[in-house]
Design a protein around this ligand. Structure first.
Ligand code: ADP
Length: 480
């Protein structure tokens, strides 16, 4: 099959979260299975400075109609491996910035223009480079207008550009919601600026357009597929999701075991497996050292890696600061994003610098060290479409403590509910239930034999992309 992915992030060229890991692993596995795969991403500064991208060549000069104006851009391409091409949509004014979406306090003012330009350019690249995909697979709001632009481009030029379009929602909380005037930039027929189109309570909602117009809509776990059809988790789009009569499919993400594998990981100081955990102890010592703690510490070491946004439940964690201040434990947090959340964690660190450590950066190597070196991984998300870190933790023998939402429900088995199968500790998404879960972790940690059993069960679970790739293959062939 010829497959084109359109996404704002792909690992290792641009990553702020799970989207990058998923598009990276999915496209790479599909290429390995013999499909001809292209991935179209914005030419962000970071992506452009990757050694692979430095070898890229310019393929096209684009002129994109944006409202009354025409805006130009370049399409560059490189191929990191057989069957895989990465196309970069370049326009320095839009993408040559330090961060992809905003400055940490606020989103960029011109995000609508940037990503409408991106989606239109992706479609123009498909047309002008004659890629002839069977499937165009768009991801999240930044690419969600591609299915509509494809259909209108087909109509305008009398061509078939893609046989089927798929939209995957990685997080319905991010919708690309903009003032109504932005509609002009789409150059779509005016009747699409209505309830049956992109209009959403007097604004323009890009994700809504994708949900309505893609041939098939999917999301990243079965549980989340159900949740986003409810007012509690649908962020106002539950009705739109429900309007898709054939339903929405939930396919759980896999883990890229080339990148996340304790037996081969070169980003950590020692390698290990479920049969030999000595290397994990080395990683634990290294992590304690990096955090400035006593490397001999023997109590439970809790780790967190996440974007600092409300979704990740740092409020629930901070409401449990007593636990971390009073218990004989250590807490290491790697997270960047919202500066207010960062400041509150920093306050906790200031209260107990010998127990709490925050690294407020994006740091790929440290994220691996935390997964490898912690005893528990804490993920008290308020909602979680799939979540990857809870799977990484299990693979690295770090017992996850997660809230019972979305993909976390599909990937962590509670040890008290299922004593012989349990792989982690689950709680309701509130502070009190998290407190109980943290206390349960102390009991588990004190019982070394049971702790090790839980640890090994997690390590032996198959989280690879094999299953997920087959799921997408079936989805594509069913769609075709
Ligand atoms: P989300 O997609 O909502 O951010 P996921 O759990 O699906 O959450 O994926 C998060 C990915 O981003 C993981 O690979 C995680 O390790 C990574 N990540 C998040 N924050 C950081 C950070 N500060 N430094 C390095 N990696 C991070």
């Amino acid at each position: 099959m010829k497959i084109v992915h359109i996404a704002s992030e792909v690992f290792p060229y641009m990553k702020t979260g799970g989207l990058a890991d998923v598009v990276g692993a999915l496209s790479s596995t599909q290429a390995d299975s013999g499909h001809e795969v292209s991935v179209i991403i914005p030419g962000y500064r970071l992506a452009m400075s990757h050694p692979d991208a430095l070898q890229s060549e310019r393929r096209l000069r684009l002129k994109i109609e944006m409202g009354e104006k025409f805006i130009s851009g370049d399409v560059r391409v490189f191929s990191p491996k057989r069957n895989l091409s990465i196309y970069l949509i370049c326009r320095d004014e839009f993408f040559d910035r330090r961060n992809p979406y905003g400055n940490g306090e606020r989103d960029y003012e011109d995000n609508a223009e940037r990503f409408i330009f991106f989606a239109k350019s992706a479609v123009e690249a498909i047309r002008l480079l004659d890629l002839q995909p069977d499937i165009v697979h768009s991801h999240d709001w930044q690419a969600s207008l591609a299915p509509i632009f494809l259909r209108f481009s087909e109509r305008r030029y009398g061509l078939t550009l893609a046989i089927k379009t798929i939209l995957t929602i990685h997080n319905i909380a991010y919708q690309g919601l903009f003032p109504s005037a932005v509609f002009e930039l789409t150059n779509l027929p005016r009747e699409l600026n209505s309830v049956d189109g992109l209009e959403y309570y007097g604004q323009v909602n890009l994700l809504k357009g994708g949900i309505l117009f893609a041939d098939q809509v999917t999301t990243v776990s079965p549980r989340y597929a159900k949740e986003i059809q409810t007012t509690e988790f649908g962020f106002g789009l539950d009705g739109v999701v429900l309007s898709r009569s054939e339903g929405i499919i939930g396919l759980i993400n896999g883990v890229d075991t080339q990148v996340w594998n304790p037996k081969t990981d070169t980003l950590i100081p020692a390698r290990f497996s479920s049969n030999d955990l000595k290397g994990k102890a080395t990683c634990r010592t290294a992590l304690l050292r990096v955090a400035g703690f006593n490397p001999q510490f023997t109590g439970p070491l809790y780790g967190i890696v996440c974007r600092l946004v409300e979704q990740k439940g740092m409020d629930l964690l901070l409401e449990n600061e007593e636990f971390f201040l009073k218990q004989n434990c250590r807490l290491v947090i790697l997270g960047s994003g919202d500066q207010k959340i960062e400041a509150r964690i920093r306050e906790l660190q200031n209260q107990a610098p010998d127990k709490v450590f925050l690294n407020p950066k994006l740091d790929e190597a440290m994220s691996h060290l935390i997964e490898a070196g912690s005893d528990f991984f804490v993920m008290p998300s308020l909602f979680e479409p799939c979540g990857l870190n809870q799977m990484y933790s299990q693979i690295y023998g770090t017992v996850p403590i997660v809230s019972r939402v979305g993909g976390l429900v599909d990937t962590v088995i509670d040890i008290d509910e299922y004593a012989t199968r349990g792989t982690g500790i689950t709680h309701e998404p509130n502070a009190e239930s998290l407190r109980a879960a943290l206390k349960r972790s102390l009991v588990l940690f004190a019982d070394k034999a049971t702790y090790q059993e839980v640890q090994k069960r997690g390590m032996q679970t198959d989280f690879s992309w094999k299953k997920a790739t087959l799921g997408y293959e079936k989805l594509y062939s069913d769609a075709l």
